[in-house]
Structures are given as structure tokens and as C-alpha cells.
Design a protein around this ligand. Sequence first.
Ligand code: BGC
Length: 362
Amino acid sequence: MKKSSLFSFSALAAAAALALTGCAAETTPPSETATGSSTEETVEATAGRACVILPDADSGTRWEPGDRPALEKALTAAGYEADIQNAQSDTAKYATIGDQQLTKGCGVMLLVDYQGAGVSVAEKAKAQGVPVIAYDRPIAGADYYLSFDNEVVGAMQGQMIIDGLEAAGKDVTTASIIYSSGDPADGNAAMFLNGALSVLEAAGASPAFTMEGTWDGTKAGTLFEQAFTAVSGSVDAVLAPNDNNAASIIAILDKNGLTVPVSGQDASIAGLQNVLLGKQYGTVYKPFTIQAEAGAAMAITILSGEVPETNKTLADGTPFLALDPISVSAEQVKDVVANGDASVEELCTADVAAACEQYGIN
Ligand code: BGC
């Protein structure tokens, strides 16, 4: 039985931290640059505000509870005034927020795309000379893309399915696996799926049914019900793209008295609880703090007129700083707690308390 994650948790966290220290050390926060430097005026006039647009408040459990406070903290610590807005799953609202922010003035924009709405905001920003960082999701025309390595995230999810099936004594090559994915309008979804497929195909797995992609948890539940019927209730594992979709899928598996390996992403409280309860094989942990600090460091570097560090390039040529995600199964949940991204109080509710004890979370 293979329980370990793809990579060692602490090694990855340390590597990510080191990489970030490297970035940050070369840059000067706008507040410092502003004191007595020759670039004083430019920095004060344009660089002080970092404008951020988040996509929604419900597709994952991350944008409001995770990214907003992390970005607020990292950008403020870097000397910016942070203007963080949420498009609330509305492309028209996304455009309006973009216009309002640009009218008020932005030194830099960090945009999380929502169904392609980021493209025209990025165009307008660039027409005004405002640099654009595509934050987490790719945006055509952005100057830089900053995210966790989405292909690796997907590979970790594929590995969860294989490890889970092996742990259950099932043959991966004949197992009935339902494949699901994220909203195809989010450029990340294809990267997650490609990463997962690379691992699943190499292990000889194939889909019993492939669901339409979505980030809408309710819709994921409906689509899974249809998939469940299509395979006559014969399900050995479910490739799910994030914790939010996994939760809806698990609710239906529960209703049908089934517990099978399900993958996830985001290390959300609900996801971690499902992992502890053995209802989800694992989740992919992408610490918001690391991403937000990398975003702030990248913004500072760009505004200092330097070229920020990147380590990949997207197919359209956008330079990409890919951070290292962390695969978390039940044994590693305590590391997420130790890192401050989940608390015992939140996780260890009455029904999860025994599992918390079992996995040393107390
Ligand atoms: C993010 C995931 C998130 C999903 C739904 C993706 O672009 O990378 O972390 O779960 O969107 O919001």
C-alpha cells in the first residue's frame, strides 16, 4: 500500500520558500524606493496601488478566504495599497471593476481570469502602460503568468487515483474511473487534466466515463449523477479537479453507500476533512501565502524596471513563474495545520475528531 505523496512535503515547502527569498531579495519595495530615490515621482504617482480582481466567491473555497487575506498582507507588506475586488462570477462586473480600478490608477494589476474577462482588462491596462500579472489563471496578453505548476497539480491528482486504487486492491487497468475536470474557460483546467492524463495513461488507466468540465460545485454534482447512471453505479475512482467539485461528488457517492478514491485540490477545510475521513484520497496544497508573496515580489521587480524570475513559458510565449504544489494525503494534513493554513478548531469537528486523533492533529 502506497501512502506517500509524490514529493516530500517539507522539501517542497523549503524549495518554494528559498525560491521566493531569492526573488524578493533582488527587489526593492515601492515604499523604500520612494524615499529619496531618483525614481521617486514615478513610484509615488503610479506604483503605489496594486489592483487585483478575483473571479468569484464560490467556485472553490479559496479566493475570498484564502487569496484575499494573503494578497492583502503580501502587497501591503511590500508597500502597496491593495485594491482587491471580486467579480462574483460575472464577466460584465469584471469589466466594470477593471475600468474603475484603471480610472483610479493602478501601478500594477494582478488579474485572476474569469471566463476570459481578464483579456480585455489586461489590454486596457497595457494600453495605459500598467503591467499585468495573470495571477493563478493564464490570460492572453498578460506580461507574466504566476501560478502553481498546473501540470504537476494534475499529475498529483492522477497519482492519487492510482495510489487509491492500489490501496483498495483494485487493478488500475480495469478499474471503472470517472474523469472530471474544471471549467474549460479557465486555461488551468486543460493543464490540470493533461497532467492527470499523463500519469493515468502511463499506468494503463482509461476513463469509464468523462464528465463535462465545470468549476460549479452544484453542476459537478448533477453531472456526476448522470455519470453514475451512465456506468450503472459501477465506480472505482473519480478524478475530481478540486475539493469543491469533489465535495459534491462525494455527497452522491455517500448517498449510494460508496467510498472510493477521489482526488482534489486546494487543501480547503472541507477537502481536508474528507481526506481525514477517507472519503477523498488526497488534495493538492498550494499555499496562498507563497503565491501572494511571489505576486508581490514579481510586481516590485517589474516596477523597478527589472525582469522578474520565471521558470517556464506558456504556449503563447507568456513567461511563467511556476511554484511547486504539494500533494497531501491523510498523513500530511497535520503539515497544513502546522503551516497555519488550517486550524484544529476548523478541521476537528465532532464527526472528524476521531480521524484528527488518528492522524496526530490535536
Ligand atoms: C485554481 C484552483 C481552483 C479553481 C476553481 C483554478 O484556476 O487554480 O485552485 O480550485 O480554479 O476556482
